[in-house]
Design a protein around this ligand. Sequence first.
Ligand SMILES: Nc1ncnc2c1ncn2[C@@H]1O[C@H](COP(=O)(O)OP(=O)(O)OP(=O)(O)O)[C@@H](O)[C@H]1O
Length: 764
Amino acid sequence: MAESVRRLLGKPGAVDLRPYTKLLSAIEAEEDGLRELGDAELTDRAIELGNAELPYSRDDLVRLCAVGREAARRSLGERPFDVQLLGVMALLDGHVAEMATGEGKTMAGALAAAGFALRGRRVHVMSVNDYLARRDAEWMRPLYDMLGVTVGAISEESTTQERRDAYSCDVTYGPVSELGFDVLRDRMVTDIADRVVPEPHVAIIDEADSVLVDEARVPLVLAGAAESVSSSEEMADLVRTLKPRLHYEIDDEGRNVQLTDAGIDAVEKALGGVDLYSEEESSLLPQVNLALHAHVLLQRDVHYVVRDGEVRLINESRGRIALLQRWPDGLQAAVEAKEKVAVSETGEVLDSITVQSLVLRYPTRAGMTGTAMSVAEQLREFYELEVAVIPPNKPNIRKDHGTHLYATREEKEDALVAKAEEVHATGRPILIGTQDVAESERLAERLRKAGLECVVLNAKNDADEAAIIAEAGTYGAVTVSTQMAGRGTDIRLGGSDMSDRERVVEAGGLYVMGFGRYPSSRLDGQLRGRAGRQGDPGDSVFFVSMDDDLVVNNVSETSGYTTGDDGEITDEAWLATVDHAQRVSEGQLLEVHRNTWRYNQLIDVQRDVVLEHRELVLTGNEGDQHIRQDRKEHHANLVEEVGEDKVAQAARLVTLYHLDRGWTDHNAFLSELREGIHLRFLGRRDPLDEFNREAVPVFKGFLDDARARAAQSFEELEAVDGELDVSDVGVKRPSMTWTYMVHDHPFSSAFETLAGRLKGGQKR
Ligand SMILES: Nc1ncnc2c1ncn2[C@@H]1O[C@H](COP(=O)(O)OP(=O)(O)OP(=O)(O)O)[C@@H](O)[C@H]1O
């Protein structure tokens, strides 16, 4: 209640920058003195700052910023601007610094990381991908060296030893997914020496809004022990024969598809006269629904691409292939069956972690991004983070034009292409943002036909992406790209070496065009922000049509407007509906985020109980003590045969095994419960309450059960040649493990569909 009232009343404000700005002149005053010092003396000055505790006093903050500025000037050849130092101070206070594109967040982040490290904190700088983690660590290394701070980076390919080395540095850069996977893997070790992640201190999150808001709906998963699911190609072929409206209906938002009565009859007939709602056939309906979802709602080249015989998801928030992502198993298999590719490896989910849980492990959190203010509320609600809006170094002179609205997609495309031709004729570089891969390719084709050579950026690897983006400011360049978030490379006018800068500036700088507005205004802002960096000239404009998904899915009335000859709708009221549609969509995204959060809160509490107990077993002799009491005689016999140490180790392994096994099973139970819980809507109960009501009692006996099973396994253990081999009693760790990100079920589950039918009062 208090929270909802606060949400309504308390407009999220930004952090007051005055305490920081007051220090700027004192920082500058130190500059001449520091320039006199030799490099080693400068390093000593930095190290001396480590002789006190956090937080930094006013005077020490001045010293840190002054030393940091001088070190950056010498090591990187760039003297941090005042605004970057404001960013550093905001980060050191644990805020999210909103700094526009090209303002130099990488350096601000590094100076803050060094500030924490000098005071004895371990810092993890979380990036959005491998490439940026490695690039930033290497780029900033000379600066860290000069400040006497060690730095390392991890990436997906890092070996265990490389990870350990990187984590032993003061500052470690890594993609958020890898940091999460390491935490998950560490939770499964049976020997403390196998752990790689040290105790968490400080997290500095780059592209904080993408990571903390957009990616927070995608849990990281550790899976193990292979077992293949049956392919559902038969179902895929069957649903292909069904006809829209006659056999199935799609709801207004395009998020749900349901069989009609005629559809059910057709499916039952095609399956040889089964009754889909009978007890015996209870597994069929979910399969049909999954196949139908895959067929109707998931489109190739919009939601996924097929490459090298694999279905690869497109990360909607970043508009590119998400190598590690997959849908929950059933849906993934259904899409694979639809595309007739081999059904991919599947196995048990050993454990999972959400971005929230990962980030909240760190007692100190901070972040930086170009677009934070519009998610200030979420950052506060989910991460207890406040936003500090750092002004640009030079005033932003980019011209953001109003949205152009058209009746149809064709008219929108015609208008955009015409505008692109007009702008291209002046030599200005153009960046066009599209909604999905298919659209970017179609549009590029159109542009080429119109004589505009263009580069399409949608699904390359991270390094290629960065190189393409870096050249997008070249004279006459036309670049078509899907969502820009997390690309992490700024567009310099005149190409990456800025050799042609003058000509491009004179022409008017980068012209950004959005082909459709994004599901949130923040994503629009990220695209616009690519133009006008560091006071450069630039323009941005969006072209929208009434049949864009954003409008169709979120506006109830989409007819009754008047258009000009070219199909443009200029009526302010209709333009306002586009803004409205975007707000509705933002509300939906927030709800999804909040739901993931709520469900995971309970799971996290239970996981913590298990982990706490597991830690006692792993690091102490909890397992042995319990078994010694429970199976006195057998324990004593084995001790006599093989000695205390070997028995204690066997008891530890057996207990860990049953704790982990129990948690895997409990996890599976919780996901099933969560899927099925929507049926509870039938009883008009709150599904979350229902979830908690069922999940809590089931967990009650968890530890006792695991202990009892461990004792049982131990009882069966026999000494052979003076050794105990726990695999004799079925204690086997997964032979292999792998990691991925589960794409949150984009549509309601099969159960919800069933619930929807029952709710509608249909027979059966
Ligand atoms: N103080 C400075 N003086 C001169 N150049 C600087 C300074 N700080 C950063 N730069 C340069 O500005 C460019 C942009 O820096 P950086 O990539 O860190 O920006 P960013 O804010 O992270 O942008 P993006 O939003 O694209 O990630 C880099 O080429 C960097 O070398």
